[in-house]
Design a protein around this ligand. Structure first.
Ligand code: PLP
Length: 288
């Protein structure tokens, strides 16, 4: 069955939703996006996603003509028109600078943003990897230097994830020139050391400020767990007690192998387990 998707104010069957070949998102990756998790048919961390979208648009000076109420209505309508069989899934939303004659020079004066959104069925809470975990390899991070903006310039991340699969792993952690881990291809990266401290890289232009990351740090505080926001190396990660990733589409997923080294006992660690459970509980309570 065709999904009903949203594009520029209208809801259409997915095959009828079209965008111009002159769209700058298509020609220059001149666009930003958000992915919001849905659990029990409700949106997780929606206001935070809207705030980050606003920041991304501001950074790129793309016109922002969308307020939270309007974006919430789109998300709610999509959920009603495309009920998830398991009450869980994702809503993807993209805003491009708009369509205009192809030119490297940006002229915002006569261009209106294109906005579209669609649902994706996905099991989020009862996944296979929640207990068995993910295998990670590390790859040099060759993305641009503004990884803090959520643009659709995702080719390097997509190639890196594909390389990881070709090498028998699930995903890659991207490392900087000093061998510190920036983040995963589409998730933030964490380790837990021998003193049960959670370590995740501090925010900068080297990584995306994950919305899930933000909530996890609040949950960790509630659980009285110590979080050190600082860079960590591959060697530290390999000798960690536990490791995990976070994103709207994986929530919290344990990492059990890094470059073929087993982390902990090769299964979800106890702190990752508590954090995941509590994260889901608190997020569901706060969902709208
Ligand atoms: N880092 C990158 C590069 C991402 O693409 C994503 C999500 O797509 C994240 C981190 C996690 O962000 P969030 O928790 O907001 O999904």
């Amino acid at each position: 069955m065709e999904r009903i998707v949203f594009i520029n104010g209208v809801y259409l069957e997915e095959n009828n939703a079209k965008i111009s070949i002159f769209d700058r998102g298509l020609l220059f990756s001149d666009s930003v996006y958000e992915v919001t998790a849905v659990i029990d048919n409700k949106l997780i961390d929606f206001p935070a996603h809207v705030l980050r979208l606003k920041k991304s648009l501001n950074e790129l000076k793309i016109k922002n003509t969308f307020d939270e109420k309007y974006l919430l209505e789109i998300h709610r309508n999509l959920l009603n028109k495309n009920p998830f069989s398991n009450k869980e899934g994702l809503i993807y939303m993209q805003v491009t600078r708009g369509s205009t004659e192809r030119d490297f020079l940006i002229n915002n004066s006569n261009i209106e943003p294109n906005i579209f959104a669609f649902t994706q069925e996905k099991i989020l809470t009862e996944t296979i990897y929640k207990d068995n975990g993910l295998k990670i390899i590390t790859i040099e991070d060759l993305r641009w230097q503004r990884k803090d903006i959520k643009t659709t310039q995702l080719l390097f991340a997509s190639l890196a994830k594909t390389e990881a699969h070709e090498k028998g792993a699930d995903d890659a952690w991207l490392i900087d020139e000093e061998k510190y881990i920036n983040e995963g291809t589409s998730n933030n990266a964490y380790i837990i050391d021998n003193d049960n401290n959670i370590i995740t890289r501090n925010l900068s232009n080297k990584l995306l400020p994950g919305i899930t990351r933000q909530t996890i740090l609040e949950v960790a505080k509630k659980l009285k767990l110590t979080v050190n926001e600082r860079p960590f190396t591959i060697d530290e990660a390999i000798s960690a007690n536990e490791a995990f990733i976070s994103s709207a589409s994986t929530l919290i997923a344990p990492v059990v192998k890094i470059n073929n080294n087993i982390i902990g006992n090769g299964k979800i660690g106890p702190i990752t387990g508590i954090l995941r459970e509590t994260y889901i509980k608190i997020s569901k309570n706060q969902s709208i």
